[in-house]
Ligand binder design. Structure first.
Ligand SMILES: *Cc1c(COP(=O)(O)O)cnc(C)c1O
Length: 460
């Protein structure tokens, strides 16, 4: 399998190089040169597989020659062994045609574990085969940091430096990161804001000698292998509901367009998906786009669903590339306009085309609280503020009778305060993660200063 960049000027790479590279060197995002296709017969055979084996089958279509199937089987079995539910991604019925797939039984109680647990194993495998090591640096305002730390802890070939703004993440978020004491994990509490942390990370990548010396890398949401790993649960859910012999919809609470893009990929591979419904909070850049055909960047607002508080949906470029008939020159021009003016538009015929598959709905915080309460009253389920945005978006779209699967992206205990103020239920952390609340913590305090940070990394 070969991978090409959305901006058409980066070298064509295989799966291993695309995974280790992350972003393409022309500023674009990698995606497969063609979509692998899965026959109906093959899908029926997949119905009886367990989660890790299904992941092996699907990921082998993306890895091509670069990773053997037996190696993939080893990686997926390790990636999905630390989940707190035997089904890995259990499907629960909420209403006659409405289901939620619970993607929050991983080590950090949110769906990012599905991609990152696999990506950590894959990085370690590829680097070990090459006799290399790498240093991953990242900045977090809370959730992504812990998912990356859980994925990388204890791996031989990878060091991780995770920067968070000191005093500006919640106690649970901090403890999820700082109670991990393996030698290859370095938590850095920066005197500054999340933006300061992100700027420090960018500055390290822009320092070419430093970048090369440490073989710097990132595991952010534009990495193709994260998207590929997320394709698996779309197949799992649809197969359980009767695919390929019955169509399904998915409703996805989204920010970066990463999760819902994986649904688009599943559809291109042959999974019978009728609609992909996008749920956003007040940071509604995607909803406005699907209303108007205009992508326009506004300021970020804080909401009850902070993991979707984003300004730009970076993974959207991959879908746009598809929508524009894979015209890389056009994408490059649009992205230049966006960087300059903070907006771009597509033609109304192109928007109509996109709306064949996508629908989008927005919920503000009040509507989110009401939906948490409604779901609790109508089926006794206590759901987190991100997941219920998916439920409400699905309900607004429930005209066809096609079964709809909401992707449940976080455990209610992760957002216990918003949940209890909405429906009066206090949710406890599951037993398997409770130990973080009294575990020993380790983090290093650093000033918001590139020189000191680089000195710290050089010393390790
Ligand atoms: C990251 C995250 C999202 C948004 O996912 P995208 O891939 O950015 O669309 C939604 N919910 C939760 C709980 C998250 O952590």
């Amino acid at each position: 399998m070969q991978y090409i960049s959305t901006r058409g000027r980066a070298p064509t790479l295989g799966y291993a190089d695309v995974t280790l590279a992350g972003l393409a060197n022309d500023g674009g995002l990698y995606l497969p040169s063609h979509w692998p296709s899965v026959s109906n017969e093959q899908m029926r055979n997949w119905r009886s597989l367990d989660y890790a084996d299904l992941a092996t089958e699907i990921l082998s279509l993306f890895s091509g020659e670069d990773v053997s199937k037996s190696t993939l089987a080893k990686l997926t079995s390790r990636a999905y062994q630390n989940f707190g539910h035997a089904a890995i991604a259990p499907l629960k019925q909420l209403d006659s045609a409405l289901y939620v797939m619970e993607l929050f039984h991983g080590p950090t109680l949110a769906f990012k574990d599905f991609a990152l647990q696999y990506l950590g194993q894959l990085f370690n495998q590829l680097l070990t085969e090459r006799g290399e090591t790498c240093t991953i640096v990242g900045a977090t305002s809370g959730d992504t940091g812990s998912a990356a730390i859980e994925a990388i802890r204890g791996l031989d070939a990878v060091e991780l430096y995770m920067l968070h703004p000191k005093g500006k993440v919640s106690e649970v978020q901090r403890r999820q990161m700082t109670t991990v004491l393996e030698d290859n994990i370095h938590n850095l509490a920066i005197q500054g804001t999340f933006d300061d942390c992100q700027n420090l990370v960018k500055a390290m990548f822009n320092d070419a000698p430093f970048r090369e010396k440490h073989n710097l890398s990132a595991v952010n949401s534009i990495n193709w292998s994260r998207i590929a790993a997320q394709v698996v649960y779309y197949f799992r859910a649809a197969l359980e509901l009767g695919a390929p012999d019955r169509a399904v919809n998915f409703s996805v609470p989204t920010g970066n367009f990463g999760n819902v893009l994986a649904g688009y990929v599943a559809k291109k591979m042959g999974l019978p998906i009728e609609k992909l419904i996008i749920g956003s909070n007040s940071n509604d850049i995607l909803t406005r786009f699907f209303d108007s055909g205009k992508m326009q960047q506004l300021g970020v607002k804080s909401t009850l669903s902070p993991s979707m508080d984003i300004q730009i949906s970076s993974n959207f470029e991959r879908y746009l590339f598809e929508l524009m008939g894979r015209d890389a020159d056009r994408i490059r021009a649009m992205m230049e306009t966006f960087a300059e003016k903070g907006e771009f538009s597509i033609a109304s015929s192109e928007l109509q085309n996109a709306l064949q598959l996508f629908a989008a709905h927005r919920l503000d915080d009040r509507e989110t609280e009401k939906e948490i309460q409604r779901v609790y009253q109508s089926c006794g389920e206590v759901m987190d503020p991100h997941s219920v945005i998916g439920v409400a978006a699905a309900r607004r779209h429930a005209e066809t009778g096609t079964p709809t699967v909401v992707l449940g992206t976080a455990h209610a205990a992760k957002f216990a305060q918003a949940v209890s103020q909405s429906c009066g239920v206090s949710v406890e952390m599951p037993d398997r993660v409770k130990h973080i609340m009294d575990g020993e913590e380790r983090a290093f305090d650093l000033a918001n200063d590139l020189g000191e940070l680089q000195k710290f990394i050089n010393r390790q």
